[in-house]
Design a protein around this ligand. Structure first.
Ligand code: IVH
Length: 681
């Protein structure tokens, strides 16, 4: 392909991909399959690599991310980013209406739109190209998050059509879809549950609401991660000197033609009564939307009238936000259940009289721990307020004391395990109670076996939750080592319900087969508290066999990359328990893998032994995790920040300028991806 042909093809692909992005992400109406889309994008990326002189900053290939920003540049806003004054009721709205009428008379239009609960952003376009994206910050200056914003597919990098001003700003809200938010939390919960964290620890870690999630995502250093989080953006404000119309609503319609996603529920009204109808309708309807909204913004449509109304120090006088009350309902506390997890952690759950709230029926609310119950001063059969403010798990916010029954007793936290009756313990500095009877408490015993056989651990498909329950009830298994002795109890198993010749054979084959599972997964399957898949892998590769790991002291454990005090303590505690050692010895007799295989050992080298290596930017042959794994496999340690002890930096595309500066100052060598591959090959 000649240069000229490449240039033409790149231009054509860019235009087509932009158009399909618009159809998919703005209009929600795609006209080609994902496969076809990816094919075009792949072709574009390949051409841009071959002909880098034609790679433009607004190419759709830039949306996949890859830029790493260590510190975001502070940028002053050309026009300050003001906030809105809030109202919560009709009366305050009538006052606003009166003030407006006093200044501009009775001949004006209201424009109403939803108030999106996300992160505000200001986008600057010059000659139709997105040149800068800045967060609100303190209103006067914010952070330059252009690289991250470019990954948001509904934000045009290059405008369509004609008639846009030479330079102007669009302001709007960056949002995370409720669905995307729930998916991220689901993934975190699933992973942490598998890793043996309790509900309270998981609650602390999950994203609190879509707004926090969007704001955290926007400030991430690696734009590739931002791209994977799938943010969206709705624009609601145009600023500039030569705008096409002299009114807000009409300019928004124009913006839509240029490729922006604007508020789809804008409406114009003449009277406050119509505005009230809009508010009341959306207070109910909003729960059906894909995004969180927390009110309605009411604006005076004409710019001339806006100008007459002017500003206060903080907000315009031509607009007001009517805030919805957080969805709340009152209901009755029927009882409290206490759940026991695989690690013995107790989670109290409130069982409520079912009540309809923000689109769903709420029957349960997590109470987290004894402190929370005490703080609420919860009494039996109390009437409580439950709220769902963007969070997925409803919470009890308060008790309606006026409705408390005479003589109602305060809720008393249990002192004994609801499953086995053992006295509960509470470690110092921890809010959670534990049942210490790990070898006699059924949910803990079953939980450990269920974890052991799970797909990512020993992967014994034929020994699922139900079969474990059954075999445990019939006293055929009570720990993970017993599983491998089931083959001696074939007749007893055959006498059980639902256990035919075929299924028993299947079961025993599955168990036999699991003996091939490699050491790192066996280690994970043991269910040592706080040892997830990744940690298990790191420990396995570092210590190579279980004997070395058993002997390790805290200092040695802390030497392993990313392992901190809590994990080190947990490992030591686990191996200090005689019962665990006994089980491991029994498993060893059954020939489970307790050392790295020869292959795994052979693929490891000591080429980078003792070296601390920093990776920066994005690479062609490796993903970021991949290059870190390669470093560790070759005996090195991958870290994030450059310091005096850094051996060298592997720099990819878009290495952070701060890192570069620091490396130069400290005299740390920077090598390329090819150099690195050569080093380890
Ligand atoms: S108009 C001069 N319209 O609410 C202010 N703001 O509490 C112009 N917001 O900072 C803003 N949805 O981040 C406007 N439809 C909407 C909005 C909206 C959400 C945010 C915006 C603003 C904050 C004020």
């Amino acid at each position: 392909m000649t240069k000229e042909q490449a240039k033409k093809r790149i231009e054509k692909l860019t235009q087509e991909i932009d158009e399909h992005n618009y159809k998919y992400y703005v209009l929600d109406n795609p006209s080609i399959s994902d496969f076809e889309f990816d094919k075009m994008l792949d072709e574009l990326i390949r051409l841009e690599i071959e002909f880098p002189e034609f790679l433009s900053p607004q190419s759709p290939s830039q949306r996949v991310g890859g830029t790493v920003t260590k510190t975001f540049k502070t940028v002053y806003h050309k026009y300050p980013m003001l906030s809105l004054s809030n109202t919560y009721n009709e009366e305050e709205l009538r006052d606003f209406d009166e003030r407006v009428r006093k200044t501009v008379g009775d001949n004006f239009e209201y424009e109403c739109e939803l108030k999106y609960d996300g992160v505000s952003i200001s986008l600057t376009y010059v000659d139709g190209i997105l040149t800068q994206a800045v967060t609100r910050g303190d209103g006067e200056k914010g952070d330059d998050v252009t690289a991250n914003v470019k990954t948001i597919r509904s934000i045009p990098l290059q405008l369509q059509g004609k008639g846009y001003p030479k330079e102007f700003e669009m302001r709007g809200e960056i949002l995370m879809l409720k669905k995307g938010f729930e998916k991220i939390n689901k993934d975190i919960t699933a992973q942490m549950t598998e890793d043996g964290f309790n509900e309270e620890e998981i609650f602390q870690k999950i994203l609190k609401n879509p707004r926090n999630a969007a704001s955290g995502t926007l400030k991430m250093q690696d734009s590739k991660v931002v791209a994977s989080r799938k943010l969206d953006c709705i624009l609601y404000f145009m600023l500039g000197e030569k705008l096409p119309h002299q009114s807000h609503y009409e300019n928004m319609l124009e913006a839509k033609k240029w490729g922006f996603k604007i508020s789809p529920y804008m409406e114009k009204f003449k009277t406050l009564d119509e505005v009230m109808k809009y508010l009341n309708r959306w207070d109910k309807e909003r729960h059906k939307l894909d995004y969180e909204t927390d009110g309605v913004v009411i604006k005076i449509n004409s710019y001339e009238q806006q100008k007459k109304l002017g500003f206060t120090a903080k907000s315009p006088r031509w607009a007001i936000a009517y805030k919805f009350k957080a969805a709340s309902a009152s209901t009755i506390l029927e009882s409290i259940s206490y759940q026991v997890g695989r690690t013995g952690a107790i989670t109290p759950v409130a069982n409520l009289k079912p009540v309809f709230l923000a689109g769903t029926t709420v029957k349960r609310a997590s109470l987290h721990n004894a402190d929370i119950i005490e703080k609420l001063d919860l009494h039996e059969s109390d009437t409580v307020f439950v709220e769902k403010g963007g969070e997925i798990i409803p919470k009890i916010t308060a008790v309606d004391i006026s409705k408390r029954k005479k003589g109602a007793k305060p809720v008393k936290y249990i002192s004994k395990c609801p499953e086995c009756g053992t006295e509960l313990v509470r470690h110092e500095d921890e809010a959670v109670h534990y049942c210490p009877n790990e070898n006699g408490c059924p949910p803990q015993i079953k939980g450990r076996m269920i974890h052991f056989t799970s797909r990512r651990a020993m992967d014994i498909d034929s020994l699922g939750e139900e079969t474990i329950e059954l075999l445990y009830e019939k006293k055929l298994i009570s720990n993970i080592a017993d599983i491998y002795e089931l083959k001696n109890k074939k007749d007893e198993i055959l006498s059980l319900d639902r256990m035919g010749e075929k299924s028993v054979e299947n079961l025993l084959n599955g168990i036999e087969e699991s003996k091939k599972i490699p050491f790192e997964r066996v280690l994970y399957a043991l269910g040592i508290p706080h040892i997830g898949e990744t940690t298990a892998k790191k420990l396995a590769y570092f210590f190579r066999d279980i004997s070395a790991l058993m002997k390790a002291d805290e200092l040695q454990l802390l030497e392993v990359g990313d392992i901190g005090g809590i994990i080190a303590k947990s490992v030591i505690e686990y191996f200090n328990d005689k019962k665990n050692i006994e089980i491991i010895e029994r498993l060893r007799k059954h020939k489970l893998n307790f050392a790295l295989s020869k292959d795994a050992l052979a693929s490891r080298t000591e080429k980078l032994k003792g070296m601390t290596i920093v990776v920066s930017g994005s690479f062609e042959k490796f993903s970021r995790d991949g290059i870190k794994e390669a470093i560790e496999k070759n005996g090195g340690k991958a870290t994030g920040s450059v310091s005096g002890s850094t051996s060298f930096i592997v720099a990819g595309e878009g290495m952070g300028p701060e890192k570069k500066k620091k490396a130069e100052k400290l005299g740390v060598k920077i090598i390329s991806e090819e150099d690195f591959i050569f080093m380890i090959s």
